[in-house]
Design a protein around this ligand. Sequence first.
Ligand code: SF4
Length: 367
Amino acid sequence: MYGVYISFPFCRQKCTYCNFASGVFTAELQSAYLLALHEEILVSEKPTFDTLYLGGGTPSLLSASELAALVVALENQSIREFTVEAAPGDLTREKAEAWAKIGVNRVSFGVQSFNQKVAGSSGRKHTAATVVEEVTLLRSAGIDRINVDLIAGLAWQTPETWAAEFEWIERLALRHVSVYMLESDDDSRLGAELRKGGSRYGASAVPAEEQIADSYLYAVERLRGLGIHRYEISNFASLGHESVHNRKYWTLQPYVGFGADAHSFDGARRWSNFAEPAEYVGRMKAGQTTRATDEVIDDGRRTEDLLMTGLRTREGVTLPIASLSKFENRIATLKGLGWLEQPAPDRLRLTDTGVMYSNEALEQLIF
Ligand code: SF4
């Protein structure tokens, strides 16, 4: 079964660490984008799918009727998992109830930190009380599959503030948490400031890399103690609460994406839309293709993709032994570093240390 992804790249503020093609745009562009998105969905051949993920950006900015109209355009009757990404501060009782009515059964909250000063350093304006209130609203409306995103490495974070994040996770009895380590890409404002050693955006208060790594390891242990286990590098869940949609990406199941910067994969080809919302809208209006990339996935590429995505998961990846032979020397090197293990001749997975160096490990293995 396919998964469907819809991209809504509009936000209330541009977070300092964010390097997505999302941000604050005009109301006119947002209206034009929604029209273009509808058009793209309506004219596309829609596969049978069982998961729907509305990401961004901040799709919780959409009104309930705008969201409902997108679902209607998809013409699908049985969605097993319907996730909406939300920013704390956007939810009301009416919106939560309307979401439940149209089938939303999972919400992923971009909390990043329950600590107001730490969250505020990135541009987020919520408090812990906002998150508690909105989790309660969702549960009262019958939506109880709730994820909270946390970022290890935000400015002003200390081991104490980090430990307090997990007290909130415990208090709220959450069953799914995503933990990301701050990445200082040049194309985010914070990343560029860090690179040049400046102090804007709290750059001089960003913890050292060792503290960020320790925070991640702390999260693994603390969440394990709460019965929430790592099932992918950044994703932790109690048994049965894992994201069905995201698993499709890691196991190379097919998915189709609509909207700016949306990616699709049908088993044989992979393609993506133009990332800039204005370009996407302009192309839709002009009747031009919205595809920025389109490539055929041959067997060699498929093996690389399976390694890239499958190794992110706790169980690792199983591949024909013949396909792995091409990587024999690199596998040996990574095993020697203690980053990779091979529980069976056809199976590979990252060790706990390898997870800490996952970017380097995957790069060495594949490139
Ligand atoms: S992190 Fe999320 S909310 Fe913040 S700018 Fe990026 S997409 Fe928008």
